[in-house]
Design a protein around this ligand. Structure first.
Ligand code: LLP
Length: 418
C-alpha cells in the first residue's frame, strides 16, 4: 500500500501531481507521503495490538525530523545508533523513555550523553561495552537499564551486507557468552540487565527467520528463569521486508500471526525496531532526464540524481522500480544512470521503461528508507531537497544544500594563503 499512483497518466503523491513538485522545487527531489508513512506504522501497531508493544522506529532508515515527529505524534519510540541520532530524537520531541540505543561501537561520550538524559535502554553488544556502561554510570551515579543483544545465529535469507544475526557477523553476543555475562553482571552496581535484544538483518521477506530467532531467545529466557534470572523486556528488532520488485513479503498481520502467540505467552514487554517497513514505500526520488544517449550497445538515460543521492543500487545491487512521472505507452529498454564519475552510478540496468525523452521526469520508487539517510556529497553534489505531502498540501522538510554548505567546515591553512 502506498500513495504514489497515476491519475489520468500523471503520477500523484496523495493529491499532489509529482511533476508540479519537480518543477517548483527542482530535482533531484525526495517526495514523501505522510499517509503512507503513518499508515505503515499503524499497520504494525494494529497487528500487534494484543500485546501493545513499544514500536521504536529505526531512525537510520530516514532520520528527517519531520518524519520522526510525525511518528512520535502517533506514539512511536525511536531506535537510535549514534549521538547524532540521539540529538535528532530529542529534537523530534521523542520521550526519553521511548528511546533504545543500539550500535556495536558506542563511544564514552555517546554513552555519557544518553545516560545523563535517561533513555529507556542501551542494547549492549559486548562484555567490554557493558563494563564501560557500568563504569560511566557509576561515575555519574546513575543506574542504567541494559538489554543484551543476542546473536541467535539464524540465516535471514537476505543480502549479505544486511545480514546481522549470524555468528560470523560483528553484531550481538552468542547465547553461551550472554549467559556468562548475565551471571557476572549480577555483581554490577550501576547496570541492570532488564532484557534481551535481537536484530537478525534487514529486508527479510519471510517470517520463518524471525520466528526461529524469537524461539531461540525465548528458550534461553526460560533457561535463565529456571536459574532465578528474570527479565522484563524482549526487543525483537526490525528487518521486515517490503516490495521493491517481485517480492511478496509478509504483511504486518501475517508476521504478527506467526510470532504473536509465543511473544504473548512469554509475558515480556515487547519492543520492535522497524525502519524500512515504515518509511520505505513512503518516499520516492524524483530526477530529470538530462540527456538520452545511444551507444552501439545501449540506450542510456542520464538523470540529474546520482549514487550520492540514492546509493542502494550501487552498494547492494538493489532494485528500485523506476517510473516516468507521465505514463507513456511506448516502451524501450535502457539504463538509467547518474552524472557521477563511476560506472556503479546507476538506478536501473537494461530495464524496459517508457520511452523517455530529454527533459522528462523519472522517479525511483521505494526510496523512503535508506535513501536520503545514506546520501552523501560525493562529487561535491549538494544533497537533495525533501518535501512531505499531506493530502493536497506540500511541506518543505529539508532545503536543498547550498554550495556554501559543502565547504562550511573546511578551512585553508594560513600558510597556503600567499
Ligand atoms: N534495529 C537495528 C539494530 C538495526 O541495525 C536496523 C537496521 C534496524 C533495527 C532497522 O531495520 P529495518 O527494519 O529497516 O530493516 N542500508 C541497508 C539497510 C541496513 C539496515 C541496518 N540496520 C539498505 O539500504 O538495505
Amino acid at each position: 500500500m502506498h500513495e504514489f499512483k497515476y491519475r489520468s497518466n500523471n503520477l500523484y503523491c496523495e493529491d499532489v501531481r509529482v511533476q508540479d513538485l519537480a518543477e517548483k522545487f527542482g530535482t533531484p527531489l525526495y517526495v514523501y507521503s505522510y499517509k503512507t508513512l503513518i499508515g505503515h506504522f499503524l499497520k504494525l501497531k494494529t497487528a500487534f495490538r494484543e500485546i501493545d508493544p513499544l514500536i521504536c522506529y529505526s531512525v537510520k532508515a530516514n532520520s528527517n525530523l519531520a518524519l520522526l515527529r510525525a511518528l512520535v505524534n502517533e506514539g512511536a519510540g525511536l531506535d537510535i545508533v549514534s549521538g547524532g541520532e540521539l540529538f535528532r530524537a530529542i529534537k523530534a520531541g521523542c520521550s526519553l523513555k521511548k528511546i533504545v540505543y543500539a550500535s556495536v561501537g558506542k563511544t564514552d561520550c555517546e554513552i555519557e550523553e544518553a545516560i545523563k538524559l535517561g533513555i529507556l535502554f542501551f542494547n549492549v553488544e559486548s562484555f567490554s561495552e557493558l563494563k564501560n556502561v557500568q563504569h560511566i554510570a557509576r561515575r555519574l551515579s546513575r543506574r542504567v537499564n541494559v538489554a543484551l543483544r543476542i546473536n541467535p545465529d539464524v540465516e535471514p535469507k537476505t543480502h549479505k551486507y544486511i545480514t546481522t544475526g549470524k555468528l560470523t557477523n560483528k553484531f550481538g553476543i552468542d547465547f553461551k557468552t550472554a549467559k556468562k555475562i548475565i551471571l557476572l553482571a549480577r555483581g554490577f552496581s550501576h547496570v541492570r540487565i532488564a532484557g534481551l535484544h535481537i536484530h537478525i538483518g534487514s529486508q527479510i521477506t519471510v517470517p520463518e527467520p524471525f520466528a526461529a530467532a524469537i524461539a531461540k531467545v525465548l528458550r534461553f529466557i526460560v533457561e535463565l528463569r529456571k536459574e532465578g534470572i528474570g527479565l522484563e523486556y524482549l526487543n525483537i528488532g526490525g528487518g521486515l521486508g517490503i516490495i521493491y520488485d517481485k517480492e511478496i513479503p509478509q504483511t504486518a498481520a501475517k508476521f504478527a500471526g506467526r510470532v504473536l502467540p509465543s511473544l504473548k505467552k512469554s509475558g515480556l514487554k515487547i519492543i520492535m525496531e522497524p525502519g524500512r517497513f515504515i518509511a520505505g514505500n513512503a518516499g520516492i526520488l524524483v530526477a530529470k532526464a538530462l540527456y538520452v544517449k545511444y551507444t552501439p550497445k545501449k540506450k542510456f538515460i542520464i538523470v540529474d540524481a546520482g549514487m550520492n543521492d540514492l546509493i542502494r543500487p550501487a552498494l547492494y545491487g538493489a532494485y528500485h522500480q523506476v517510473v516516468s512521472l507521465k505514463r507513456k505507452s511506448r516502451m524501450e529498454r535502457a539504463d538509467v544512470v547518474g552524472p557521477i564519475c563511476e560506472s556503479g552510478d546507476f538506478f536501473a540496468k537494461d530495464r524496459l521503461l517508457p520511452k523517455v525523452e530529454e527533459g522528462d521526469y523519472l522517479a525511483a520508487l521505494g526510496a523512503g528508507a535508506y535513501g536520503f539517510s545514506m546520501a552523501s556529497n560525493y562529487n561535491s553534489r549538494r544533497r537533495p531537497q525533501e518535501v512531505m505531502v499531506v493530502k493536497n498540501k506540500v511541506f518543505v522538510i529539508r532545503q536543498r544544500e547550498t554550495y556554501g554548505d559543502l565547504v562550511r567546515n573546511e578551512s585553508i591553512p594560513g600558510f597556503l594563503l600567499k
